[in-house]
Design a protein around this ligand. Structure first.
Ligand code: HEM
Length: 463
């Protein structure tokens, strides 16, 4: 579908997986840039090109992406596994002792994994001035200033530049955006400075920022480049995984039969005397199917992050000029009723029947193998670099939580699994909801307490 947005700006919305594959995956040399982001020079120090996810396609993006891949590659994920293991044990202990605050604990947890891995510091709690709290506050401010009506869409409607600001619904927006940008940079600078200081005093702890600082001269990055690289990893990884996991908890509370089946699989593999550890997809096919179904059912970024073309192109007779914005409509692709049986239904078994979750006739057709299970992580050369890392920590956490608890609705009528129960904006996750976490017996309670002691002892090295 093509759209004309004001004078000169074109957009293409991709609603079908074949078009996504043909354009984003197979013509990556043309479809891998980003549209200009008007507020970038106000959010970041000049020249405003420090954010990997917003960078246009070119040498700076390529270099930074390669550096970031060093953080998310398999061997690094494996090296950091003890952090995931200990933090997930802290999470289940928090769910045991303060179940009513489960959403806060989940948020802290996914932020903590990143803050420890990137900066080597512990995010033990969510106290007001903790780094993890300040980070999520900023994400919330960010969501407000980028919501419709708060920033003028000048990139799309250039004539808006000439409308006096006091007549617009977004008056004062520059100050608001600048203030969030300044707070954000201050936090990213402070976090990186902490690592630099420990390094200078011989108190370094292994973490990604330490690796970056050690090779800074060789890589030719400025201090600001490194500060934003750390921040971008936090931004990319923390909120998306938190939302995905909260969607999982909502689904488990709403669909008890699915929870029972997941518990039976996890118990069958780990038994009742050991908390799950080192989960992998082959050993937990049903739980993995639940995760894929969460990605499909309520994608974390329903409209992806827009791409942009860098050259003119023609596709199936349509002319697509250079600088066209290309929106991957993930929600639509993953809910296509021609592709999926009952797409609105939460049904993990679709991924047990066929690896791509699609209808039998399609999965077995000649192009069945060309489908992919989900588009939640985007496509082409900009596909999310953190996909494997996210899937690993989500599966581990899902296994631990269902092994430890029965998750129940406080009142079934209150759980809204329809799209109305989810907050909109760029990212999608459940609106606040209530759920009960009932520990599955005294033995498991003792195991949770014992594992918490081990985890706390391990995590102390980051305090
Ligand atoms: C469930 C969790 C996650 C979801 C749903 C998700 C989704 C996405 C999507 C849709 C994109 C845009 C892809 C495109 O342009 O086609 C993206 C980009 C990105 N993600 Fe993720 N992500 C997740 C987790 C993570 C994690 C754990 C990290 C790193 C720690 C991460 C880091 C990034 C970065 C740096 C980009 C920008 C890539 C670029 O522009 O080249 N994400 N993610």
């Amino acid at each position: 579908m093509g759209l004309q947005l004001g004078s000169g700006t074109q957009a293409v919305v991709i609603n079908n997986w074949k078009v996504a594959r043909d354009l984003l995956d197979q013509r990556g040399a043309i479809y891998s840039s980003r549209p200009p982001f008007l507020a970038a020079p106000m959010v970041m120090p000049p020249p405003g090109d420090y954010h990997l996810a917003m960078l246009e396609y070119g040498p700076k993006w390529r270099k930074e992406r390669k550096t970031m891949m060093d953080f998310v590659k398999e061997s690094e994920i494996e090296k950091r596994y003890p952090i995931d293991e200990a933090e997930s044990s802290q999470l289940v202990y928090e769910l045991l002792t303060e179940p009513a605050r489960f959403q806060e604990h989940v948020t802290r947890y996914f932020g903590a994994i990143l803050i420890t891995s990137v900066y080597g510091i512990r995010a033990k709690d969510f106290s007001d001035n903790s780094h993890v709290n300040r980070f999520f506050d900023l994400m919330a401010d960010w969501a407000v200033i980028t919501s419709p009506g708060c920033i003028p869409p000048v990139d799309i409607f250039p004539f808006l530049k000439y409308v006096p600001e006091f007549l617009t619904p977004w008056r004062g927006w520059k100050q608001r955006v600048q203030s969030v940008g300044q707070k954000q940079h201050a936090l990213y600078r402070e976090l990186a400075a902490g690592v630099r200081e420990r390094m200078a005093h011989g108190r370094s702890r292994e973490c990604f920022m330490l690796d970056l600082l050690r090779r800074q001269e060789k890589d030719g990055y400025s201090d600001t480049d490194l500060e934003y690289m750390g921040g971008v990893l936090m931004e990319g990884g923390a909120e998306t995984t938190t939302n995905t996991f909260e969607t999982f908890l909502l689904a488990m509370a709403a669909y008890p039969a699915i929870l029972k089946r997941a518990q039976a699989e996890v118990d069958g593999f780990y038994g009742s005397a050991q908390m799950p550890t080192r989960t992998n997809e082959a050993e937990l096919p049903y739980l993995t199917a639940c995760l894929l179904e969460i990605f499909r059912w309520r994608p974390g970024i329903p409209s992806g992050i827009p791409h942009a073309t860098t050259q003119d192109d023609t596709y199936e007779g349509f002319f697509i000029p250079a600088n066209t914005m290309v929106i991957l409509n993930v929600e639509e692709i993953d809910h296509d009723s021609e592709e999926f049986d009952n797409p609105e239904e939460f049904d993990p078994t679709r991924f047990l029947r066929h690896a791509t979750g699609s209808r039998t006739s399609l999965a077995q057709s000649s192009d069945g193998h060309a489908r992919r299970p989900v588009w939640t992580f985007g496509g082409g050369r900009r596909v999310c670099p953190g996909q494997v890392m996210a899937q690993r920590s989500l599966l581990l956490t899902m296994a631990k939580v269902v092994w430890c608890f029965d998750i129940e609705a406080v009142s079934p009528d209150e759980l809204d699994t329809s799209v109305n129960g989810f907050h909109g904006g760029m990212t999608q996750g459940p609106k606040p909801f209530q759920a009960r976490f009932r520990v599955r017996g005294e033995d498991r309670k003792r195991i949770i307490e014992r594992e918490w002691e081990k985890a706390d002892a391990y995590l102390k090295r980051f305090e």
